[in-house]
Design a protein around this ligand. Sequence first.
Ligand code: MG
Ligand code: ZN
Length: 218
Amino acid sequence: MDVITIERKVLQKNDEIASKNRELFIKKNLFTINLVSSPGSGKTSLVERTIEKIKDKVNIAVIEGDVQTDIDAKRVSEYNVPVVQIITNGACHLEANLVKDALVNLEGKLDNAGLLIIENVGNLVCPAGYDLGEDLKVVVISVTEGDDKPLKYPKMFMNSEVLVINKIDLLPYVNCSIKDLRANALKINPKLKIFETSCTSSKGIDKWCSYLMSGIKK
Ligand code: MG
Ligand code: ZN
């Protein structure tokens, strides 16, 4: 009983801070996405391909969330966009207050940015419950993970608006049916918008980026 009460309080506090983040995003005209997935689905590669594709059309800022190391932030900074690394020191998800602190580090760089990409810690469980203030939660799944993931981790698919099926170039080598994966995801959340991408061949990146561009506030 006590544990449940504490967890509720934590989530309530998180939601309050997330609302403040959301107010700031609206004030700064920022379209914000929260990328969630299990480790190794290719979130950082998707961030890289996205930046390459649209950085001439829109200013992009990135917040990288990881349990340890700034490897991902270093990768992203190669593309000359403002990036802040959050190291959670073991915590398995980002919380709104961590994003709030990261936003302080991006102060001044957000004023003419149109798109803020938050890459969450690789974890298909708890990031589903933590609002960060984003416009869209985007769940990324790689075909190497199998087509039953949406059924096994329904909350993440239920709470996301978009699904990116990544690493489709590996389809011939893995036991995964895109048709079943899509059907399973839509069974959990019929409203999911679905994209299929490969970050090595860049297949599907155009469509994904046009979709993002349509969400950018003018
Ligand atoms: Mg990453
Ligand atoms: Zn967690």
